[in-house]
Structures are given as C-alpha cells and as structure tokens.
Design a protein around this ligand. Structure first.
Ligand SMILES: Cc1ncc(COP(=O)(O)O)c(C=O)c1O
Length: 291
C-alpha cells in the first residue's frame, strides 16, 4: 500500500486497565520493550458493519505470536472486551481494528495492550479494480531454515515489521505496488502484509505454512470459501515461474482483502486484469463477513 493510502488519524483507542482513552494523547511508556526493541505482537482486522471480522481467530494468533516472542501471555477475553469498547467508541461501521500486546516496560516486562480503530486506507476499491504489480525480493534465508529457527519468528505477527516496510518501499522504488518475498532457494513465500495465491484452471495454489509464512486469517477463510465453490485448493512450495505463467494471481489480507495481481517483475499476469477467482473470492469474503 502506498504512503498516499496511509490511514487517517485514530477514531478510537482503548487501553488495557484504562478502557477508552483520548487517542490524541500518548499512552505507552518510552521504556516499553515494543518501543525500544520491537518486542510486541499485533493483529489487524477489518470491522464490517460495526463488527470485527474473525476477532477470536485473530486473538488466538496474537496469543501464539506472543508465545514465540517470549511475551507475557495476553488475556484474550480482556482483549475481546477492549476491542468491543474501542469499536463502540469509534462509532463507525467500516474501519480497521488493531490489537497490540507489548512486552511492557523493560524493568517490569508485565505487558501492555491496546485496541486501536483507524479509518480504512483510501483507494482500496480502485486498487482492487486495477490490480497490483509485484516486485519479487529475496530473503537471505532458506524457507525450511525459517521454520526450524523460531528466533527468526516464522509465522509470527510482531511489530518488528521494519523489514516488511522496507521491502514495500523498495518495490515502490522499482515502480511496483508491493513486494513478493522469495526464500533463498527462490520459493514464493508471501507479501510483506499479505498471502499470495495463483490459479491454474480450477485449482488454486497457495504457499504452505511450513515455509514459515504467516497463517493468514483471510487465507484460511478463502480456503473454505474456494472449496465450497468447487475449486481444488493446493498448498505447496512453488517457484516464481509457476505464478508468472498462471491463469491468475491474487493476494489476500484482512484490510486489503482479495486483490488481483496483474504483473510480476514487469511480466503481465493472466489477461493483465484481476481474474475471475479473485473477483469471486472477494465477493465470498464479503458474504462471510455479512453472515
Ligand atoms: C506477512 C503477512 N502475511 C500475510 C498476512 C495476511 O494475514 P491476514 O489475512 O490474517 O490479514 C499479513 C497480514 O498483515 C502479513 O503481515
């Protein structure tokens, strides 16, 4: 997502132990480990019609991210209440909700948490209509070494996202909309904030979780929705040329939802427009959110 699409100012903030607070005032200590060392777990989800989509699933992932990061165990029930308070204070039907759990102050390490509601980034529907161009960028690590090395935080959603943001910047510098991470061996992994898919006939492929990628909540929703719509879904290890010659490619994430990929490294994908499965699954995702 380009900086031009950066979200606006917060609509509401609720802090554990304090409830809804003024989001224009600071609420984190300067010696919080999240600030000093990026030691925090977070989740981002969409609010549809005033309700966070798959909140429980996101909180489950927050708890597992916190465990790998060695943070105190977050209280999922307290976060659920906190999220509800923030969403209600925001008084808006469509927005982004983030829940963040930090290690806390370095002298105490007792955790700190908040739920933040912000407007959706502008321009997402236009982006979906035109599709996005991706630049593949290699990570200097083998895919399977990642899973075997928990200290590299495979599949963890931590606030140490500076590498992901730098990759997006580099992709934009090269004229694309976003990056596509490849492992050292050239296997396709994921985007800096999204999972990746491609279609060959009626089969949808997406990289397997044992490559150390994030287990996207949207990815999981789409696996169910695609299967219910008669697609075969395969999870595996793929080289980039499979995507380049696929019938279509798309990405999935909670905020951007399903977005067609129209070019990779300058090569046009499919017909150069978002494909049918991307459009169908975007609708399926909205149906799931409405149901
Ligand atoms: C690295 C990475 N992969 C995939 C995703 C998509 O996950 P979800 O569908 O849960 O938003 C994200 C979301 O931010 C991400 O950061």
């Amino acid at each position: 997502m380009s900086p031009a699409m950066a979200p606006g100012r917060p609509l509401a903030l609720a802090v554990l132990g304090h409830g809804v607070v003024d989001s224009e005032q600071p609420h984190l200590f300067a010696d919080d480990e999240a600030v000093l060392r990026g030691r925090a777990a977070f989740e981002t989800m969409r609010i549809y019609d005033g309700r966070p989509f798959r909140l429980e699933r996101h909180l489950k992932r927050l708890v597992s991210s916190a465990a790998v990061l060695g943070l105190p165990v977050p209280d999922a029930a307290a976060f659920s209440k906190l999220a509800a308070q923030a969403v209600s204070a925001a008084a808006t039907s469509e927005a982004t909700l983030r829940v963040v759990w930090t290690a806390g102050r370095e002298s105490e390490e007792d955790g700190a948490g908040f739920a933040l509601v912000t407007p959706l980034p502008a321009g997402l529907d236009d982006l979906r209509r035109r599709g996005i161009a991706l630049t593949p960028l290699q990570l200097a690590i083998g895919a399977h070494a990642r899973t075997a090395s928990p200290w590299l935080l495979p599949g963890v959603k931590s606030t140490s996202y500076a590498v992901n943001m730098a990759a997006q910047q580099e992709a934009r510098r090269r004229g694309s909309d976003d990056a596509l991470f490849l492992s050292l061996e050239g296997l396709v992994l994921e985007g800096p904030t999204s999972n990746i898919w491609f279609r060959e006939g009626r089969t949808l492929h997406t990289p397997a979780l044992d490559l150390g990628i994030l287990a996207g909540v949207t990815r999981d929703t789409l696996i169910g929705a695609a299967t219910a719509r008669g697609y075969d879904v395969a999870e595996g290890a793929y080289e980039l040329d499979r995507l380049v010659s696929a019938d279509e490619v798309f990405s999935s994430s909670s905020v951007r939802e399903v977005v067609g990929v129209v070019a990779i490294d300058g090569s046009q994908i499919g017909g150069g427009a978002p494909g049918d499965a991307a459009l169908e699954l975007q609708q399926a995702l909205r149906d799931a959110a409405a149901g």
